[in-house]
Write a protein that binds this ligand. Structure first.
Ligand SMILES: C[S@@+](CC[C@H](N)C(=O)[O-])C[C@H]1O[C@@H](n2cnc3c(N)ncnc32)[C@H](O)[C@@H]1O
Length: 302
């Protein structure tokens, strides 16, 4: 049996958008532990799922043995062109993105996303080649500064980058605990008060290692080709950088009721969530990881 500790987020809220629909075709681009997929299969829908994580691929393999309405591909969700044949795209009634990493990945000490586990520096949860070790020990000062400034929104990113370069010239920074020690000694004032002080730096390294922002942007550039008319695009994000991108995407491709598409194309989205939906208090109490989740949904019109 594959390890599965992940609790799916805002399942009821997502299902509420399709409650009147029967046997629809759904693309779950972030299968994870399969929680959302399972809720769709339980309603009788057909699910195609993607994930680039090895453990997710194993969980999916077991599920596909038991369910004919389910298929899975271990690919990056930026590569939606696998659904294109001779320029004809397969189209879906609902496409779901539940961004970031799963609880299974958080607990995996080979991936090393946690502050609490002293792992070898990695943070690549997409089975890819770029690790936090390479970023921390090989990037030059300008590249480090970009990562910490853009993805961690760390005010004193230059000071931190210069300190890292100085420390690593004596000895490589090998583990998560080594990195936490360097962050603590850097003299940088991290703004995280309620959360672990290393959160911003870890977030920055994770985003860079997994190319999270590039993946999301490439996905958004093409996703409209894979939605049926009146199909839904639902995206759950976990940090402000992602949420800003999703919000602006819907806004700049919005459809106004008088047949006007904001993007000057013949397609757009009716925004179904003026403000993002967030988990209920009960859900946050039973699953603390859901606390920063934001769900935005748009209906495709063309
Ligand atoms: C928050 S979890 C999804 C959990 C899932 N919805 C569930 O109910 O179990 C995010 C998943 O997306 C996957 N993922 C993130 N970015 C990806 C990408 N660019 N391509 C493919 N999978 C990705 C991660 O490997 C992880 O398993």
């Amino acid at each position: 049996m594959s390890l599965n500790l992940h609790k799916p987020i805002m399942v009821k809220e997502i299902l509420s958008f399709i409650e009147s629909k029967k046997d629809i075709e759904i693309l779950d681009c972030t299968f994870g532990g399969g929680g959302h997929t399972q809720s769709f299969l339980d309603e009788g829908h057909l699910v195609t799922a993607l994930d680039q994580d090895k453990n997710s691929a194993n969980i999916a393999k077991e599920l596909s043995k038991k369910n004919n309405n389910f298929s899975f591909s271990k690919i990056n969700f930026k590569n939606l062109e696998i659904f294109k044949q001779k320029n004809i795209c397969k189209k879906f009634n609902l496409i779901l993105l539940d961004l970031g990493f799963s609880s299974n990945q958080l607990e995996n000490d080979y991936i090393g996303l946690s502050f609490k586990i002293n792992s070898k520096l990695n943070m690549n949860y997409l089975d890819g080649d770029l690790s936090a070790f390479e970023i921390i020990n090989k990037y030059d000062v300008n590249e480090l500064d970009r990562v910490f400034k853009e993805y961690g929104e760390i005010n004193n990113s230059k000071k931190l980058s210069e300190f890292i370069i100085k420390v690593r010239s004596q000895k490589k920074i090998e583990t998560n605990f080594d990195l936490i020690d360097v962050l603590r000694k850097s003299g940088v004032n991290f703004r995280s008060k309620k959360i672990h002080f290393a959160t911003q730096a870890f977030q920055a390294l994770r985003i860079e290692a997994n190319k999270e922002i590039d993946n999301l942007n490439s996905f958004l550039d093409n996703v409209h080709l894979y939605l049926k008319n009146k199909g839904l695009l639902a995206i759950i994000s976990f940090h402000s950088l992602e949420d800003r991108i999703v919000k602006n995407y819907f806004k700049s491709n919005s459809y106004k009721k008088n047949d006007y598409f904001f993007n000057n194309s013949n397609w757009g989205f009716e925004i179904l969530t003026k403000r993002p939906i967030t988990p209920s208090k009960d859900e946050i109490n039973s699953n603390n990881r859901s606390r920063s989740a934001k769900l935005r949904v748009g209906e495709f019109v063309n």
